[in-house]
Design a protein around this ligand. Structure first.
Ligand code: ADP
Ligand code: MG
Length: 254
């Protein structure tokens, strides 16, 4: 039987700007099963990034509950949240949060050293392997400002995977990438998923979403519908999955 790893109950997020409140998320009930690879789609401004931020505890919710691995995240203190993020979560967000004083490699290995669950040699080895698989070995010693947006995005993914997280949150992880790099990223995500990492990813790409297990469609801070595609077993299924997704997205008003 599948186990729920992340769940939100009546999750609300309101931003107040110039005295106007913007109810960005409105009572979102959402469940993510362990091992699932789920994509979130929806129009720009529908609250996809906000959903990822609040579900991952990166931003505070206004009301409601988020339960991760059986624990209510709103009841956790700062230290517990930091620990949870370091050991169990990986993030690939649009604001990259890389440390400008460290080179790419050092940014990637830092959470590995901090977590202390692998030896430094193992962390270095894993970092090199991830960088190699994502086609960015050559930027290991570069400064953050010396690499392209697409390279930085892939470096963020390496950093997010360094501790083999239980769950990975990714906001348009292929957004700045050409099709070759995009494929490399998807391959790495799929590999992590096969090894047990649950993935929640925002994407605008039908191709990318079609290879996920389930697509959730968000409109005005509400889940309008979801499409279960099941795990992709074979490359040959790609075309039919994409067709199925396209038809469904049409129904959703995409
Ligand atoms: N930090 C913030 N402060 C105020 N408003 C915000 C903030 N972040 C997002 N919003 C607003 O929330 C809405 C949803 O934004 P977002 O979650 O980024 O949507 P999406 O990722 O689907 O494009 C938008 O109206 C946006 O202007
Ligand atoms: Mg967004």
């Amino acid at each position: 039987m599948s186990k729920t790893v992340l769940e939100s109950k009546e999750l609300c997020k309101t931003y107040i700007v110039d005295k106007f409140s913007n109810n960005v998320l409105q009572n979102v009930d959402f469940k993510l099963e362990e091992g699932e690879f789920t994509a979130i789609m929806g129009p720009s401004g529908s609250g996809k990034s906000t959903l990822l931020y609040t579900l991952s505890g990166m931003d505070k919710m206004t009301s409601g509950k988020v339960i991760f691995d059986g624990e209510d995240m709103s009841q956790m203190n700062h230290k517990q949240l930091t620990n949870l993020r370091l050991h169990k979560m990986g993030f690939v967000f649009q604001q990259m949060y890389m440390l400008k004083k460290l080179c790419i490699m050092d940014n990637i290995i830092l959470p590995g050293y901090q977590a202390k669950t692998q030896s430094k040699n193992e962390v270095n080895e894993r970092a090199r392997k991830l960088m190699h698989n994502l086609g960015i070995d050559e930027i290991a010693t570069n400064e953050i400002c010396e690499v392209s947006g697409g390279q930085l995005q892939r470096a963020c993914l390496c950093r997010a995977l360094i501790n083999s997280p239980k769950i990975l949150f990714a906001d348009e992880p292929t957004g700045a990438l050409n099709s070759k790099a995009s494929k490399e990223v998807m391959n790495e995500l799929r590999k992590a998923n096969q090894k047990g990492t649950t993935i929640l990813m925002v994407t605008h790409s039908e191709k990318v979403a079609a290879s996920s297990d389930r697509v959730v469609y968000l409109v005005d801070g509400n889940i309008k519908g979801e499409l279960n595609l099941g795990k992709q077993k074979d490359e040959n299924e790609s075309a039919s999955r994409e067709r199925k997704l396209k038809n469904w997205l049409d129904e959703m008003g995409w």
